[in-house]
Design a protein around this ligand. Structure first.
Ligand SMILES: [Zn+2]
Length: 270
């Protein structure tokens, strides 16, 4: 786990993105540890989704634990209403407690405001964090296979470039997500990638054990898209830990949908 450190900050276990920290930007991923939710949401479930049976009080308490550990107010927190789209919203105003005034159906947020804490939530999907230390622009992106297919990572680079970033300056971190060891898909998913990206996309799928099944490597696919947008290879930091293999993370696939949700978070501070 080069470039990442599992550490305890004011009692809360977090995995920090060290190259971002060195540039004065706080970026980290939560784990299952440190919250108040009961099984199977134990314990730091950060999703208010009504499809989960965890209580709203528990999730609010869990977010409060995160905010206190990072010495932030609820108004600094920017959450998203994710729908596996490739839409990214620019935010430049404080959030309104847990439900900020941003459009529904947004899977990424970008800002140039140093005091806003951008967050996305995941449980097998990859949480991408972007930081331009020169222009002081940050972004948090939710990238599952549908997001990868729609190139939400590449779109984030374009959005930051439109705000003045040179892609050569942008740092990108990718958190824990389902790895090629566990991400089995059918021909349908493979076909979608081939239709969208041509036969080059086939390089990111290898035949699985079962007939008609393939093992997809979404982090590598996304990495390639970022390189195509001008991100420097030495500026891409992948945690490369599979959520399905490691019980310290929530995993939609391993827990068969009965699971909590991790968060990726970034705040530029001063
Ligand atoms: Zn795995």
């Amino acid at each position: 786990m080069n470039h990442f450190t599992h550490r305890i900050i004011r009692g809360l276990p977090l995995i920090t993105v060290d190259p971002f920290l060195k540039q004065g930007c706080f970026a980290a991923y939560t784990t299952r540890e440190g919250g108040v939710s009961p099984p199977p949401y134990d314990s730091l479930n950060l999703s208010f989704s009504p499809t989960r049976k965890d209580s709203r009080e528990n999730v609010e308490k869990n977010w409060s634990i995160v905010l206190q550990a990072l010495d932030c107010f609820p108004q600094q927190l920017i959450r998203t209403h994710q729908t596996h789209s490739n839409r990214i919203a620019y935010v430049n105003h404080p959030g309104q407690s847990f439900f900020p005034d941003i459009p529904s159906g947004v899977d990424g947020v970008v800002t140039d405001r140093h005091e806003l804490m951008l967050t996305v939530v995941t449980a097998d999907c990859q949480g991408l964090l972007f930081y331009d230390p020169k222009k002081k622009i940050s972004a948090a992106i939710h990238s599952g296979w549908r997001g990868a297919l729609a190139d939400i990572g590449g779109k984030a680079v374009c959005k930051m470039a439109a705000m003045g970033s040179d892609p050569a300056d942008i740092l990108v971190a990718g958190g824990p997500s389902i790895g090629t060891c566990c991400f089995e898909v059918g021909e349908d998913v493979l076909s979608l990638f081939q239709e969208q990206w041509g036969s080059d996309a086939l390089a990111y799928f290898t035949p699985g054990d079962a007939k008609g099944k393939y093992m997809g490597d979404m982090p590598s696919f996304t990495r390639n898209r970022l390189l195509k947008q001008g991100i420097q290879p030495e500026h891409i930091y992948w945690m490369s830990l599979c959520t399905c293999c490691h019980d310290v993370f929530f995993s939609h696939r391993r827990q068969k949908g009965e699971r909590g949700t991790l968060a990726a978070l970034i705040i530029m501070k001063g």
